[in-house]
Design a protein around this ligand. Structure first.
Ligand code: SF4
Length: 353
């Protein structure tokens, strides 16, 4: 078999060339914990060893939404701790940055503080604030013109079938256009199918910190993940959801159900809360009868409903011995309640839900 017919070898070759061509750039690896970004990281490390150049700056970023599925969250945090040590032992100067949304954008601050209804397919307010904005703001603070972001993004399965077409243009490089500065995206797994992604994960050794079997288990019932960069070809968040335990965009959380079946019983109360919240949003008695901008239609949760959600979150924290809403977030929620109470009494409410 010709080397370039092997998708993993071809990707390593393309990535090696890219690293050599942009050796003065800041390389940022966007890591989500999912299979595609894990494969992209493995290919990047294999290519970097082959390239035999010294990249001046490398950073691995992970965006912590604060509501990641607890099993995924524990897996990723353990991985990041181990890989930090492994990078040191390998002499790789790769920084690791944990990014977080600003407090007003966090999931429960929006829901309980501002009364946002939990997201649906038609009102998916969460992805931008929780995942995309923290990443784009981090990149904007670098030097976007001389930045390459490595993203585990694959082209659609249908286009993948036509590999001849794919080879005719360089799909590996894309330009990300952002208001705060354009930068380059490099997509090591762009041409790969799902089995090829798994071949990469199981076939390449570095980083050893990545537990392949744990990752495989996490994927039972999940087929995709939410994007951290709004690239034109990225599938919409939750099209095959793998991420927030609070996600109400999907009707049933297949991923959590499969994890529970495989023995992660600690997820049961989280799933029960999610299911309750999805029902709770649909009861008109829990919502303002107008939107924040005054137009007709169901608006934010009433303060009474927000108190009830908070009471249930508190009970969930007690039951699971976890912190779901931290002290700072609680402070912002209290301030937002005061503002909404004042606004309801004094004026017609402002802004959009
Ligand atoms: S997983 Fe669901 S809740 Fe989380 S960002 Fe994606 S769509 Fe929103």
């Amino acid at each position: 078999m010709l080397l370039m017919d092997d998708p993993v070898l071809r990707s390593i070759e393309m990535t090696t060339e890219a690293i050599r061509a942009r050796s003065t750039a800041h390389w940022i690896i966007a890591f989500s914990g999912g299979k595609d970004s894990s494969a992209a990281l493995k290919i990047f490390l294999a290519a970097y060893r082959r390239a035999k150049v010294n990249l001046s700056r490398m950073t691995l970023i992970y965006c912590d939404t604060g509501v990641e599925n607890p099993v995924l969250d524990a897996y990723v945090k353990a991985f990041l701790q181990k890989v930090r040590q492994e990078f040191v032992e390998l002499g790789l100067s790769i920084n690791i940055e944990l990014l977080k949304a600003p407090i007003p954008d966090r999931f429960f601050v929006r829901i309980i503080g501002r009364g946002y209804p939990p997201p649906t397919n038609s009102f998916r307010w969460c992805t931008t604030g929780l995942r995309i904005k923290p990443v784009s703001e981090f990149i904007a603070k670098q030097n976007p013109d001389n930045t390459v972001v490595v993203l585990g993004l694959r082209q659609s399965e249908s286009r993948q079938r036509d590999r001849a077409l794919a080879l005719s243009s360089n799909l590996y490089w894309q330009k990300q256009r952002e208001g705060k500065g354009d930068y380059d995206l490099f997509l090591p797994v762009v041409e790969m199918s799902v089995p090829e992604v798994w071949d990469t994960i199981f076939g390449l050794s570095l980083p050893n910190a990545l537990d392949k079997s744990d990752l495989e288990t996490l994927y039972r019932g999940a087929s995709g993940e939410c994007p951290v960069i709004k690239a034109p070809t990225a599938p919409p968040c939750a099209s095959g959801r793998f991420g927030c335990w609070t996600c109400t965009v999907v009707r049933k959380d297949k991923s959590a159900n499969e994890l529970i079946k495989s023995g992660h019983f600690q997820l049961r109360p989280f799933l029960a809360f999610r299911d309750w919240l999805a029902e709770f949003r649909n009861d008109p008695a829990n919502r303002w009868h107008t939107r924040r901008n005054g137009s007709a239609g169901l608006g934010p949760f009433t303060i009474k409903a927000r108190r009830e959600i908070l009471r249930r979150v508190d009970a969930l924290e007690d039951l699971t011995a976890t912190t779901i809403i931290d002290v700072e977030e609680r402070g912002v929620i209290a301030a937002l309640w005061t503002m909404d109470n004042f606004a309801r009494l004094a004026f017609r409410p402002q802004g959009n839900c």
